[in-house]
Design a protein around this ligand. Sequence first.
Ligand SMILES: [Zn+2]
Length: 282
Amino acid sequence: MKTPIIYSEKCLAYGGWHIEGPQRVKKAQEVLKAKGYKFLEPQLASEEDLFSVHDADYIFNLKKGLVEDPDTPAYDNIFEYATLSAGAACLAAEVHGFSLTRPPGHHAGRNGAALGAFTRGFCYINNIAVAVKATEKYTLILDIDGHHGNGTQEIFLGDPKIQYVSLHRYPHYPGTGLASQGNCVNFPLEADCGEQVFLETLEKALKKVNWGKVEALAVSAGFDTHLDDLASLGLTEGSYRLIGKRIGKLKKPTFFVLEGGYRGEQNGLDIHQLLCGFEENH
Ligand SMILES: [Zn+2]
């Protein structure tokens, strides 16, 4: 069965000039629609769900349009877009789908910029963290975006119900994730390391997981690791197929949340390969 895609045209309505712009998901949606995927419309995440992850002051200021940094503008109504993106991640968790919305989330910490980063890296609410908290399941969060998910690490460091594993380019934004800490296992990789190194590292990373407890798998799915994208690790469409197969082989209830990936059409093709590989093995 094809993985359902969670998507709303509402998330196209802001930031047309920004690299984290609507074409990232609009063109990806067109590619996936042509390939026969089914789409589900998300609802806003509840404020209670947001408070389970973020400080109340941060949410209050975000709602008022008071949170801004050079990467992450205070767009009109951004609180609503960010809350919808978090709601999309929650729906993806419920139906084992792929959330194809924006803004992304994994750099957003409890109170904004996380672990000493200077900006929130295009993120407002940590979508995957909100979704995982809402499920109340023991979860492995596998972050394959090209940037370290410093927000996700900050939120879940020391949480006995979560294991966080990230493969990412280093040195690179946000400058964190060089070493592992507690339940957060990090694998820094050189720029353009290529598919073989990535897959070997993924294998090593999965060996670090305490599988006995894991009830669910949440994937922070970023495609800026694609060759020549923002955090290139030299991956190609075929690489995502192999990554998807490996994730499918884990045989866990799984959902996916879009993080980075800045070329819309390529995102669509990469998502298709990731999901095809996943479905072949799951
Ligand atoms: Zn990224």
